[in-house]
Design a protein around this ligand. Sequence first.
Ligand code: 1VU
Length: 296
Amino acid sequence: MSTRDRPLRSVLYMPASNARALEKAKSLPADAIVLDLEDAVAPEAKDTARRQAVAALASGAYGPRTLVLRVNGLDTEWGRADLAAAAASPPAAILLPKPSSADDLRNVQTAMDAAGLPVSIELWAMVETARALVALGDFAAEGRREGSRLAALVVGLNDLYVETRARPRADRWTALPWLSAVVTAARAGDLVALDSVCNDFRDAERLGRECEQARDLGFDGKTLIHPDQIALANEMLAPSAEEIAEARAIVAAFEKPEHAGKGAIRLDGRMVELLHAAAARRTLARAAAMARPAHP
Ligand code: 1VU
């Protein structure tokens, strides 16, 4: 199943060098887990992290959680070894840090092919450089290209703040144009859109505000750094009971015989169109996917 069809409300990073975190993740209610070989792992721990990540991927101990491997860039001494290791026990997706052009996305797919990663293994791309923001249209086109592995865009605000010199603000107003641009590119490219992390993992109020922003901007899920952040993301990035009830009402209204062949109808005193029925069906499909046990 493509990750496009899986719930990805909560996507938890963990350093693959941290054996305790790898163990703990087996019982955490995250929809997806990113085993990080890149920034969260010190150079002297890269080999241990790669070995532990491969063992985790091969273990079958993470149930239906979507497993993703964040590799080091191909321009580092570790990148190609990371891909070769992934081929031994493939994750659902490879997460590429710091791509800045469509060429970077195509080059890593060529390297994935060469490493022997099956074509079903997707590519997720971080959006964390100024050049990536400028290239979002090309990223969307890559998502639409026949045979492309690209399936998701993942925002990385920590790097973007440093590179652009924009100041991180608690309400994230300095990042809103980027966040919105990433969601737009994801929709144009038929890609999953995942919001950045909230570094202040003890601040549930702030996380709640970020999840609300992510939901309202149209993100599919939020990346996380700590187990305490999972429950809130799962709750806030799922369709609410009211949204599900409304979606059911719209679908039911369009299915009435008297509305057959109509493009627009009246429901509870307002107009709903076929495009709303399509959105309602998508909401119901997401809710159904989230109702399936993702974390036993
Ligand atoms: O109760 P236990 O001792 O068994 O477990 C600890 C701890 O190991 C565990 N835990 C985690 N388990 C899985 N995944 C995690 N991400 C994770 N974080 C912690 O939970 C128990 C309680 O932990 P704690 O509250 O004592 O927290 P620590 O001080 O151990 O850890 C805090 C940090 C922030 C260091 C930790 O949460 C962490 O390493 N998070 C992930 C960092 C990461 O992957 N960064 C890179 C991606 S972010 C990015 O690049 C932005 C784009």
